[in-house]
Design a protein around this ligand. Structure first.
Ligand SMILES: [Fe+2]
Length: 276
């Protein structure tokens, strides 16, 4: 855990450094960060899987704040977008603790688990906000954040907060995929990953500028392309800018693949994304 996220004291208590005064609603966000730090202090921050999700949470919250500002939301709604970012992956910690993995298909749907922890019997949500009017919106955004597509029939405001969160999450997934060792993300060696080929069905979907569906992903290179193709699902213009600005998209496209077909595929995708 980094200094900005807080430090554990000798007696086991947990303190955050004084919260910065920035544009955000300071006392509330400070309170949320402290309670988040207190919640995750019950989990093993030395486990790289836990550390990764703590960092991811702060990044997604900050990205949500930035996307919300870019579409002209007022301070209260910017704060709500940030808060949803802070809470969206709260189920990850219990998932990793119980199952030792954050692969949902091998354990539990972490979005449902997180929403149950916040809004179920324990009502963890009350540690983060006193405003009960936003409960249902926050719950929906969390439950929907890892779905391939949002459910039909959401009202415009709920859909907007879902989209902000999903954009922010996708943008940071690009970083996570680049920074995390191959062994951890793909469960394979770098050599095997670099030698893998790309399936034609994956490229067919990429050429339609759509997010790649799980059923066509067969190889490690397919997985990589599936992650890169998340940019096709970004809703807001600022999200697409952020995805490019942070540089990880370019890095993911620059993997020195050994398979000629995979190299060509990455070049083709670079052209598609560059052309916007
Ligand atoms: Fe998530």
């Amino acid at each position: 855990m980094t200094k900005s996220e807080g430090t554990r004291q000798g007696d086991g208590s947990f303190v955050l450094p004084a919260c910065r005064r920035d544009k955000r609603t300071v006392p509330l966000s400070c309170h949320v960060k402290q309670n988040f730090a207190a919640y995750v202090s019950d989990y093993d921050a030395d486990d790289p899987k836990i550390a990764l999700k703590i960092k991811h949470t702060y990044r997604v919250a900050d990205l949500s704040d930035e996307i919300a500002r870019s579409i002209g939301l007022g301070e209260e709604d910017v704060y709500l977008a940030w808060l949803i970012g802070m809470l969206h992956d709260i189920g990850r910690f219990e998932q990793v603790k119980r199952y030792g993995t954050y692969i949902d298909s091998e354990s539990v749907d972490h979005a449902q688990l997180g929403a149950d922890i916040l809004f179920g019997e324990g009502r963890l949500i009350e540690k983060f906000t006193d405003d009960r009017k936003t409960d249902s919106l926050i719950e929906t955004a969390i439950r929907q954040h890892n779905r391939f597509m949002l459910t039909e029939g959401l009202d415009d405001r709920t859909r907007m907060f879902c989209d902000i969160l999903r954009d922010a999450d996708k943008i940071d997934i690009l970083r996570v995929n680049y920074e995390t060792p191959m062994e951890e993300i793909y469960n394979t060696s770098r050599e095997e990953f670099l030698a893998s080929a790309v399936s034609s069905e994956v490229m067919e979907q990429v050429r339609q500028h759509i997010t790649v569906t799980r059923d066509v992903i067969k190889t490690y290179a397919d997985h990589l392309i599936g992650h890169i193709a998340l940019v096709f699902g970004l809703v807001y213009p600022r999200s697409r800018e952020l995805a490019k600005e942070q540089g990880y998209l370019d890095k993911l496209l620059s993997h020195p693949m050994k398979d000629p077909g995979a190299r060509e595929a990455l070049e083709e995708i670079r052209g598609i994304i560059g052309a916007g």
